[in-house]
Design a protein around this ligand. Structure first.
Ligand code: SF4
Length: 197
């Protein structure tokens, strides 16, 4: 049911995976620093302020499975000046799926997006959370998989998705497709009778 809903919301593909396939690798977080991402140290959902990989590793063990979502784009779209719209779409999609999972009894469902929420939702101002105030977009802003140290390319390979690395300097003519990946972590709740499929 969750997979069908994800596709209806615009995902190119969605898979349910057991939680033991979701590995945290601290070296993935190092990639936020070099080359330095515009969100690094600029928002509460990015390193070094988001939970560190060791904490993320322990946190993930609270869950049984994960809904993995992929959205494919033309590589030219992901390198265009308005490319943040695609990251926004992924935040919208994973948080919609998080809310739906909660309604279905997965009360601790937790969404992870693609990229930093800072350039998507707060490009013109400082992160409110880092100023000691509530997040301005609490229903939409989430950490990314990479911010917690989850290797997206490794996960994609496990489920048979072909993905290509795209950097700022990538010539879009040299890659056949571009993809963003999000996730919703799910823990089976006792006595709900619900199913994640
Ligand atoms: S959405 Fe804005 S206020 Fe919320 S964590 Fe991201 S940068 Fe901070």
């Amino acid at each position: 049911m969750l997979i069908r809903k994800a596709i209806s919301l615009g995902a190119s593909d969605a898979r349910m995976i057991p939680i033991d396939q979701v590995h945290v690798d601290p070296s993935i977080v190092d990639l936020c620093m070099s080359p330095r991402c515009s969100g690094y140290a600029q928002c509460a959902n990015c390193p070094p302020f988001v939970m560190d990989p060791q904490t993320a590793k322990r946190w993930i063990t609270n869950y049984n499975e994960a809904l993995l979502l992929k959205k494919d784009f033309d590589p030219f779209d992901l390198l265009a000046h308005d490319h943040m719209e695609h990251f926004r779409e992924m935040f919208l999609m994973v948080t919609a799926m998080e809310r739906l999972a909660m309604k279905r009894g997965f009360k601790d469902a937790a969404a992870l997006g693609a990229g930093s929420c800072k350039p998507v939702f707060c490009p013109e101002r400082d992160c409110a959370v880092l100023e000691g105030k509530p997040c301005l977009y609490p229903h939409l802003a989430r950490p990314s998989l990479e911010a917690l140290g989850i290797n997206v390319f490794d996960l994609a390979k496990k489920v048979g998705w072909q993905m290509y690395k795209i950097l700022r300097e990538t010539d879009p003519n040299t890659v056949p497709s571009a993809s963003l990946v999000g996730m919703v972590l799910l823990a089976k709740q006792p006595n709900t009778g619900g199913t994640s499929r």
